[in-house]
Design a protein around this ligand. Structure first.
Ligand SMILES: [Zn+2]
Length: 157
């Protein structure tokens, strides 16, 4: 009697162990898929304004983007592999990103590449924030985020 109770308890334990192992495997597979199909394509999204802190090279402190256009809300800096004039759309990565785009960026998802920057290399977009939108304080509030972007309507690698 004692023996069968023991072995049935062991069997139940083994079943539980298998379930836990399967669940752990499933989580690892989902995590790997998320990394492979989504997370490795995330861009760093930062923000800057036209103050001497954000633009630390005096000759670039001229109120113009690298494209030569006067700075405007909606212009962004990108790596030189993204052509000037390309459309950039933010693709939120979490519900919090939606919230911040609505409250910090007035709900604006679409931007245009107008600028370059020494530190804007690879998967990095720098959003220009005009003084009318809060300038430097707003840029700091935005900070540094990670999300995917669309370049000219296509999800960017
Ligand atoms: Zn600034």
């Amino acid at each position: 009697m004692r023996r069968t109770l023991y072995s049935s308890a062991m069997r139940a334990l083994k079943r539980l162990q298998r379930k836990v192992t399967n669940l752990a495997l499933l989580i690892i597979i989902l995590w790997a898929a998320y990394q492979f199909f989504w997370a490795r394509h995330l861009y760093t999204i930062t923000a800057y304004c036209n103050c001497p802190i954000c633009i630390n090279i005096p000759e670039y402190y001229d109120g113009k983007f690298a494209s030569g256009k006067k700075v405007y809300w909606g212009g962004v800096a990108a790596d030189s592999s993204v052509p000037v004039g390309a459309k950039v759309e933010l693709v939120p990565n979490s519900p919090l990103d939606f919230f911040d785009i609505y409250f910090l960026l007035k709900g604006r998802f679409n931007y245009r590449v107008e600028d370059r920057g020494g530190k804007i290399k690879g998967r990095h977009i720098d959003l220009y924030i005009p003084q009318s939108l809060g300038g430097h304080k707003k840029a700091l509030a935005w900070g540094r985020r990670r999300m995917r972007i669309k370049i000219n309507g296509r999800l960017a690698d």
